[in-house]
Design a protein around this ligand. Structure first.
Ligand code: GYE
Length: 329
């Protein structure tokens, strides 16, 4: 009797172990499989969170990584190059598969890029580029043509002011010093307005791409210059900050002062539709899907084009009214 009971107990125990074993085996199959599945790890160093453009760009990158099954390590450098260099060195140490970053300034990257190259980790530049002479330090640059954006802004102004008989005084709010979009937008705009000698930049200062910066520098411009006809702001956020300074100075934005910006984020488009801004050159922050695609190709050893340009347009007040209801960011 006792023997039979013992035998049954052993049988029950065995079946429990068996079922448990199968279940455990099943678990490890699915769990382990997806881990070693050639999943790409990307280390991304972001400039910061200085503008609505940047927020939309970060969201695009995070969402696209998740959708593409790319494991994303993300670092916000708070607009400091030294933080970006630290983050890139960390990613090299962690042996990520791909490093992507948006360089806060153009210069000073050769050493860290060489370290990534020596470690055999491909680098993708996104949004902003570097001025390194050695193009082998990175695989590709995905982003806008900032010179073109500045040029489109300038050409619109030339057209608007073609009947001007006297001087047209322009003030310029630049992005952070040394950044590709600040250098290039200034260049493109300057070249375009050279077509009409009446158009003169009477003051040009960095407002760091932030609302607070735009407001503060515009206050100084207004104090120092009794006649300001045009504001060219290198992004919407600085333009939006400047609106406060202009209104506080008793002037009507969009009427007393013509305002041109770059980006076309929702708040900028709203200001344009409301008649406070006059023209926006678009710069698209939605780089995530293309970036993930490039990361996969580069990781697979495929050659990719050295330069991939973002498609963009421009907006007048009327066009902003039409585009606003479906604007995603
Ligand atoms: O225009 C500005 C942001 O690098 C294109 O950075 C980007 C610029 C964008 O802070 O709003």
């Amino acid at each position: 009797m006792r023997k039979m009971r013992t035998q049954r107990a052993i049988a029950v125990l065995a079946s429990v172990l068996l079922v448990g074993g199968v279940a455990a085996c099943g678990n490890s199959d699915t769990g382990g499989g997806s881990k070693d599945d050639g999943k790409i790890t990307m280390g991304f160093s972001q400039v910061g969170a200085e503008s609505a453009w940047r927020t939309a760009n970060t969201t695009s990158i995070k969402e696209s990584a998740a959708a593409a099954g790319v494991e994303l390590k993300f670092d916000d450098a708070q607009q400091k190059q030294e933080n970006q260099i630290k983050a890139i060195r960390n990613y090299i140490q962690q042996k990520v598969d791909v490093i992507a970053f948006s360089p806060v300034v153009e210069s000073g990257w050769d050493t860290v890029l060489k370290e990534a190259k020596d470690a055999g980790i491909p680098v993708i530049l996104t949004d902003r580029s570097v001025d390194s002479a050695d193009k082998s330090l990175y695989k590709t640059f995905l982003g806008s043509d900032f010179v073109k954006e500045g040029k489109l802004a300038g050409e619109w102004l030339v057209e608007q002011k073609k009947g001007a008989t006297g001087p047209v005084n322009i003030v310029e709010l630049q992005g952070n010093t040394g950044a590709a979009p600040a250098n290039d937008r200034k260049k493109g705009f300057g070249e375009a307005i050279a077509a009409n000698p009446n158009l003169k930049i009477i003051a040009s200062q960095p407002g760091d791409f932030t609302r607070a910066g735009g407001k503060q520098v515009m206050e100084q411009f207004l104090k120092a210059n009794p006649k300001i006809d045009v504001l060219f702001a290198h992004n919407d956020d600085m333009g939006l900050g400047a609106l406060e300074a202009i209104t506080a100075a008793g002037k009507v934005p969009g009427k007393d002062i013509t305002i041109i910006t770059v980006d076309a984020v929702k708040d900028g488009m709203q200001a344009l539709a409301d008649g406070k801004f006059n023209f926006i050159a678009e710069c698209s922050p939605l780089l995530g899907p293309q970036l993930m695609d490039l990361a996969k190709k580069v990781h697979a050893g495929e050659t990719v084009p050295a330069r991939i340009e973002t498609e963009e347009t421009t907006f007048t007040q009327e066009q902003a009214k039409e585009a606003l209801p479906t604007r995603k960011y």
